[in-house]
Design a protein around this ligand. Sequence first.
Ligand code: NAD
Ligand code: LMR
Length: 328
Amino acid sequence: MSRTPVTVTVTGAAGQIGYALLFRVASGQLLGPDTPVRLRLLEITPALSAAEGTAMELDDSAFPLLTGIDITDDPDVAFDGANVALLVGARPRTKGMERGDLLEANGGIFKPQGRAINGHAADDVKVLVVGNPANTNALIAKAAAPDVPAERFTAMTRLDHNRALSQLSKKTGAPVDQISRLTIWGNHSATQYPDVFHAEIAGKSAAEAVDEAWLADEFIPTVAKRGAAIIEARGASSAASAANAAIDHVHTWVNGTKEGDWTSMAVPSDGSYGVPEGLISSFPVTTANGSYEIVQGLDINAFSRARIDASVRELAEEREAVRGLGLI
Ligand code: NAD
Ligand code: LMR
């Protein structure tokens, strides 16, 4: 193992997703068993001590691939030389907070982080935004990083993708690894659209294995509202499954999608499928050699069109709101 370590920056490192994520990054599950990792953890000042505790536990795990850990409350230091940036820390919505307040509070986090990425990250940096509202936070960070190619800013809908795989598997009895070509379109919010019309189960149409009433009344709402259902049941938002999806997102981006399959990532739109250019919206994507491409040429039926348009409309409204706040 003589490779140069890859620098992975994790923000919100002392939070619950951070706790579930860091050990998996350090053990090699993010980048593979042959890639040493240097961790840089960013936290707000009051949470530095908790991040130090997590770093002590990382040390105590004696991961062979982990070459070092830096902890800081300064984004310029945290993103210095970052090859992979996992933007997890965000301002949660608290009582009495309006949507605009939430966007503004997150602008105060993601704008400086975008600037720090612009000024200090490695040339090959790949950014995944997990902190909500993830798509719009990614848009804010991207706008603050004009020297970084826009396509390096992505937001996470892999958790929604995995949730959709699991629900379809339960309904049809097919193992998840026999299901391919599922797509999450749009925003990581309740308007997202999980689409099975191009999905296959062991090579056969998934849409033909289920009926439209189940799709409209059960599958789509279950997947789209799963985050809220977990908050209701657990008293806290999803953490281990979110960390798992972050690992999946970056692992797939770096290592490629399987032949004949694709995944879902929220990426800057190039205008494909009528999604306004620049919006960070979820699409079906294939990945190879560390790059991704939006899958082209899919037929979109009327059922799907209406739902994609509704979620994209919400993203456009969020973009207008952050534009109005001077955040992009
Ligand atoms: P958490 O509150 O447990 O942890 C968040 C951490 O971020 C805290 O330790 C906090 O101190 C830190 N933080 C706040 N501002 C920061 C800043 N400016 N710089 C660095 N760190 C900062 O929350 P969590 O459960 O870990 O969730 C994190 C985010 O991920 C939330 O916004 C949550 O809604 C979101 N989330 C997204 C998905 C998805 O699928 N995209 C899924 C689950 C959760
Ligand atoms: C999830 O999908 O589990 C989270 O985004 C929910 C949330 O609001 O934190």
